[in-house]
Design a binder for this molecule. Structure first.
Ligand SMILES: [Zn+2]
Length: 208
């Protein structure tokens, strides 16, 4: 039990730190977005619904099992918790999931024609493990902002069955999801992709 508490505490500290960093970069405004980390084969720790990620404490996190059952009494899970769960169910190699609502990701997801965004010159991604940046470009799918979360989750799952290397995805007019083997890797992926989103948006402004 003590080991579980230590494990939970370490994961929670990583999510609190990432939340503060993302909030102060403007990638999780107000109470938007969600962060989670796997605890074991059956459970994860995730930010509670309605929490400001810049002021997150241990009381802003909760445990949920991978069937969606709340394990922290009195806590309210976000409607998007299921989007985290389906990723953990897919692969034991996914140890953390991070969801941001940055301006660049939100705007790009609205102005791109078609259902995917291709980012080029992804030098920043080459330094990171877990991302295959082939032929100097990387493509992210864009899903419609479906309020029916199980339906949206099924679309993500279906896409990943066909493209298992997918490193993240955008939701139109909403935000970005990415993941990693652990919280540190997922945080690096957020930072790298947000840099690429900023570059892409600025390029489109300068060279419409
Ligand atoms: Zn969201």
């Amino acid at each position: 039990m003590e080991e579980t508490h230590e494990h939970l505490g370490a994961r929670a500290a990583q999510l609190i730190s990432a939340g503060s960093f993302f909030y102060h970069r403007g990638w999780m405004p107000a109470t938007a977005g969600g962060l989670s980390a796997r605890l074991d084969d059956h459970r994860m720790v995730i930010t509670e619904s309605g929490r400001n990620k810049g002021e997150l404490g241990h009381d802003g996190l909760m445990m949920v099992d991978l069937d969606g059952n709340v394990l922290s009494p009195g806590k309210q899970p976000s409607a998007e918790t299921f989007l985290h769960i389906i990723l953990y169910r897919r692969s034991p190699r996914i140890g953390a999931v991070m969801h941001t609502h940055s301006v660049s990701a939100t705007v790009l997801s609205r102005i791109v024609e078609g259902a995917e965004l291709t980012l080029t010159d992804c030098e920043v991604l080459r330094t990171l493990p877990g991302i295959a940046c082939r032929d100097a470009s990387i493509t992210l799918p864009i899903f419609g902002n479906d309020q029916d979360i199980p339906q949206l989750a099924a679309q993500v799952d279906d896409h990943m069955n066909r493209h298992p290397d997918t490193p993240g995805y955008l939701i139109e007019g909403h935000g970005f999801y990415t993941w990693g083997r652990d919280a540190a890797e997922a945080r690096h992926h957020v930072e790298a992709f947000e840099f690429l989103f900023d570059c892409e948006l600025q390029l489109r402004r300068l060279k419409p």
